[in-house]
Design a binder for this molecule. Structure first.
Ligand code: HAM
Length: 426
């Protein structure tokens, strides 16, 4: 037997109904905040992620699904392609490619699968799903202003509550601008220099190439050393500090509860200033339900002729649905009526009648006259139908059909014209 590949999984009904409920509610919230959908390709040039996310990040250095595409001719060297491990780099690429900056402020969202070759465990998959949103635009459209950060966080706070998630915590931090980062990296290098010899090989390399990434280390023995390293908040310049203060004041005014976590740096290189994460109590080790932040400078890094500051986030949809699992039964598809043809020639009548009811918006399952009636009752019950509708010769002649409520056992004869209303009415 061929099974789904390790780290991937099939999403099955009835859980898929919950995914659809979540996506529909998220779309409504996005509409209220004037976000519009963008769909970017599932694979991109490898260089996009190497440059955007950063060579030294775990995502780029260890977790990407990358391959050499075939060139046109036998002798051609193919292009290096990668399954997207995240959505932000692709959206910013599309923003530049289609000159979306000419339209001013852009609020874009996308939903879909991402791919990272991580060690699979509960809440961590190699193909997982993100709901990603980005606010990007030229500085003249105010895209770098603290109100954008606050608006995004207020939206997330509203969204999670609307979905019925209460047990979450919002952590925020400022990771500074490019100049602050340079000063902080110097301080980190200096602090690491006497101790790094005892750390893992990855940390020894990071200490030279990109010291901030030392915070991504998962090696238990390295954690006591990491806990003693300086925090970035002591290296923020005046403008970053003011920006962060404004974001916090706006959040307080909007009633968004948060905690400042000075050790939150996030695992991707593009972040500047505001960085944030929402965690959820019931998720276990993989408790980050979503993460995001500001990325002023990313567009220029990816070739934009004009600066295009931005801020965004990605919700881990797998984890969001897990947090909502209690609602699964509620969202499970409910079926209105099972149409049971009984007797010669009744399949034709039943097929037409089922079509009429479906056009009325009812969820309908259809039997087959070769089945015994008992079998159709069993099938209707198993499928979760509220009613079974008998389509036999007598019913067709009388233009009135036997409709049985499967929960109460009550059976009534209903004229054709009233069937849909009666079934819908409960
Ligand atoms: P990220 O923190 O790498 O950020 O991922 C965001 C969320 O995706 C995580 O909080 C988690 O819920 C989910 N996630 C990540 N990896 C996995 C996995 N292997 N299995 C299941 N869920 C996972 C980003 O991807 C940024 N692009 C977010 C962003 C958008 N920043 C600015 N704009």
């Amino acid at each position: 037997m061929i099974k789904a590949v390790r780290g991937t999984r099939d999403l099955l009904p009835p859980e898929t109904a919950l995914w659809n409920v979540v996506e529909a509610e998220v779309r409504e919230v996005f509409r209220a905040y004037n976000f519009q959908e963008i769909r970017t390709p599932i694979f991109e040039a490898t260089e996009l992620f190497a440059r955007g996310v950063g060579e030294e990040t775990d995502i780029v250095s260890k977790e990407m699904y990358t391959w050499e595409d075939r060139g046109r001719a036998e002798s051609d060297k193919g292009q290096s392609l990668t399954l997207r491990p995240e959505a932000t780099a692709g959206i910013v690429r599309a923003y530049i490619e289609h000159k979306l900056g000419d339209r001013g402020l852009n609020k874009l969202y996308c939903m879909g699968p991402m791919f990272r070759r991580e060690r699979p465990q509960k809440g961590r998959y190699r193909q997982f799903y993100q709901i990603d949103a980005e606010v990007i635009g030229p500085a003249s459209a105010g895209s770098e202003r603290p109100i954008r950060d606050a608006e995004v966080l207020e939206m997330l706070n509203t969204l999670l509550r609307r979905l019925g998630i209460a047990d979450f915590t919002l952590y925020i931090n400022s990771v500074g601008d490019a100049a602050d980062r340079a000063a902080y990296n110097d301080a980190l290098r200096a602090a690491l220099q006497p101790v790094v010899g005892k750390m893992c090989a990855d940390c020894q390399r990071r200490a030279v190439t990109n010291p901030l990434r030392v915070f991504d280390c998962k090696v238990p023995e390295d954690q006591p050393v990491i806990a003693t390293l300086p925090v970035i908040s002591n290296y923020l310049g005046e403008t970053s500090r003011e920006h962060f203060q404004s974001v916090q004041a706006l959040l307080k005014d909007a009633g968004v509860v948060f905690a400042v976590n000075p050790r939150l740096v996030r695992g991707l290189d593009y972040y500047t200033r505001t960085a944030f994460e929402f965690t959820h109590g019931a998720l276990g080790a993989q408790n980050a339900i979503l993460g995001g932040g500001r990325y002023d400078g990313l567009a220029e890094l990816l070739g934009s002729p004009q600066p295009a500051p931005g801020i965004g986030f990605a919700i881990g949809e797998d984890r969001l649905v897990m947090a909502l699992q209690a609602r699964a039964t509620e969202a499970a598809a409910s079926m209105d009526v099972y149409v049971a043809p009984v007797g010669e020639g009744m399949n034709r009548k039943a097929l037409r009648l089922a079509g009429d009811l479906r056009r009325e918006g009812l969820a309908v399952e259809l039997g087959d006259r070769s089945f015994r009636l008992k079998k159709m009752f069993e099938a209707a019950t198993k499928a979760g139908a509220k009613y079974i509708l008998i389509v036999g010769e007598n019913e067709v002649k009388a233009d009135a059909f036997a409709l049985k409520n499967l929960a109460t056992g009550e059976q009534v004869s209903v004229p054709l014209a009233e069937l849909a209303r009666r079934i819908r009415g409960g």
